[in-house]
Design a binder for this molecule. Structure first.
Ligand SMILES: Nc1ncnc2c1ncn2[C@@H]1O[C@H](COP(=O)(O)OP(=O)(O)O)[C@@H](O)[C@H]1O
Ligand SMILES: [Mg+2]
Length: 283
């Protein structure tokens, strides 16, 4: 599908989202990430308490809830970045495509290659635009220029940056505007051809225009990728997500209060706390 969309981008440059393959329509839920009884501690502090949740293939799932209820911890446990935090302990089970990610036979490098991660603050490497995408490819053994060149162009096309930067690929990534840097970070995550994208408040550090462009991009990536996104912007969750998971701190630790289709969570939540949160009473 070569649907194209133009709008005024940062720095008043029109941007064009590149051709994008259509994904399956999100109406036949197939669990890809199955989280069962997940509890997480930082030392003695409990951050998540017995979370059970299925994330469906090709869909966008929004994690919502007030600060401190464990949304980031949940994301980090999916690609085992929690392994890198001293004192962090996990119990319970996470399966991706049926395989337990804590199985000793699971190769963490391969797992992380399948899962791209985008953070709140865009963190491009202090290198050129081109090198930002080339470096992770080299790290994963993709080194021939005949291979890296087309991938770099494709992912920059996918995030709508190609037209803006193709004539300055070797200039510093840090000279890009905030929104462009975030799209570059998304392009970098896409370069390794992940199946899953984890996004932790990817728009919250951006101005409204740049945020709108990144939001538009994320919704176009659904289908091709399974996306789990943390957002404090409930309107944004309602616009782009298929499913929403509402977390809340009960006692000391974050728990999953309610999970469902976005529409149901926002329009007819089953739980009183969810209703209060989505109506802006608490949180
Ligand atoms: N590295 C850490 N060490 C100790 N406590 C942490 C660490 N990271 C997060 N926490 C605590 O765990 C809880 C959940 O944090 P987090 O997952 O960041 O929540 P959220 O993303 O919903 O704001 C919070 O109480 C937070 O202070
Ligand atoms: Mg967080």
């Amino acid at each position: 599908m070569s649907e194209q969309k133009q709008m005024a981008g940062e720095d008043n440059i029109a941007y064009t989202l590149g051709p994008m393959q259509a994904g399956p329509i999100c109406c036949d839920p197939q669990p890809l990430i199955q989280v069962e009884d997940l509890s997480l501690h930082y030392g003695a502090k409990a951050a998540l308490d017995r979370v059970t949740l299925d994330i469906h293939r090709g869909c966008i799932t929004a994690l919502i809830g007030p600060s401190g209820c464990g949304k980031t911890s949940f994301l980090l446990s999916i690609n085992r970045l929690t392994d890198l935090i001293p004192g962090c302990r996990i119990t319970g089970r996470i399966r991706i495509d049926g395989r337990d990610i804590h199985d000793p036979l699971c190769d963490v490098q391969t797992l992380r290659r399948r899962i791209g991660m985008v953070f709140q603050k865009p963190i491009p490497f202090p290198l050129s635009i081109h090198r930002n995408i080339e470096l992770p490819l080299h790290e994963h053994g993709i080194t021939r220029r005949a291979d890296t060149g087309p991938i770099i162009e494709q992912v920059l096309q996918d995030v709508g940056l190609w037209n803006e930067v193709h004539d300055r690929l070797h200039s510093p990534a840090l000279r890009l505007s905030g929104g462009q840097q975030q799209r570059l970070c998304i392009a970098r995550a896409l370069a390794l051809n992940p199946h899953i994208l984890l996004m932790d408040e990817p728009c919250s550090a951006l101005d409204p225009l740049a945020s709108g462009i990144v939001e538009d991009l994320i919704s176009r990536l659904s289908g091709r990728y399974t996306i789990v996104i943390v957002t404090h912007n409930l309107a944004q969750a309602g616009r782009i997500a298929n499913y929403a998971a509402f977390f809340w701190t009960k006692g000391q630790a974050g728990q999953l209060v309610e999970f469902g289709r976005c529409r149901q969570i926002f329009e007819s939540p089953s739980h009183e706390l969810t209703a209060a949160y989505v109506n802006g009473v608490r949180g």
